[in-house]
Design a protein. Structure first.
Ligand SMILES: [Zn+2]
Length: 132
């Protein structure tokens, strides 16, 4: 198995309502985004063509979010919520028999970032929610 990643940046403004900290007031970040695909090589020796990955993320994410006011697009645009929104924009376009979207990492600052994965085999969650 391979993990194949591409990175992007975009500038956007936001403010977090009901949050008492620096992000309470309107301001901007230069976000950095890493999209990671997991899969096996095809007959061309690639998991996914970097050019295709770039095209999908540019069209569905960067062109929408770059120089935007995130609150117009995403409710309470915390780094977590923005990462989840990005996931939902591109997951279906990256799901093939040989590869799929594995992970999204979103940096709000050079030292603050969140990683999002849709872990379908989260046994902890199942056991915590099952009733006996
Ligand atoms: Zn902020």
């Amino acid at each position: 198995m391979f993990l194949v990643s591409k990175e992007f940046t975009f500038d956007a403004a936001h403010k977090l309502i009901h949050y008492h900290g620096k992000c309470e007031r309107l301001h901007g970040h230069t976000y950095r985004l890493r999209v990671t695909i997991k899969g096996e090589k095809d007959e061309e020796g690639m998991v996914i063509d970097f050019a295709l990955l770039k095209k999908i993320v540019q069209k569905k994410v960067i062109s929408v979010l770059d120089h935007s006011y995130l609150n117009d697009i995403i409710n309470q645009p915390s780094a977590e919520n923005v990462a989840e929104w990005i996931w939902n924009q591109i997951e279906y376009l990256l799901d093939t028999p040989t590869h799929y979207l594995y992970e999204i990492t979103l940096w709000e600052t050079p030292t603050s970032f969140v990683t999002y994965r849709k872990d379908l085999s989260d046994k902890t969650h199942h056991s915590a929610t099952s009733s006996r």
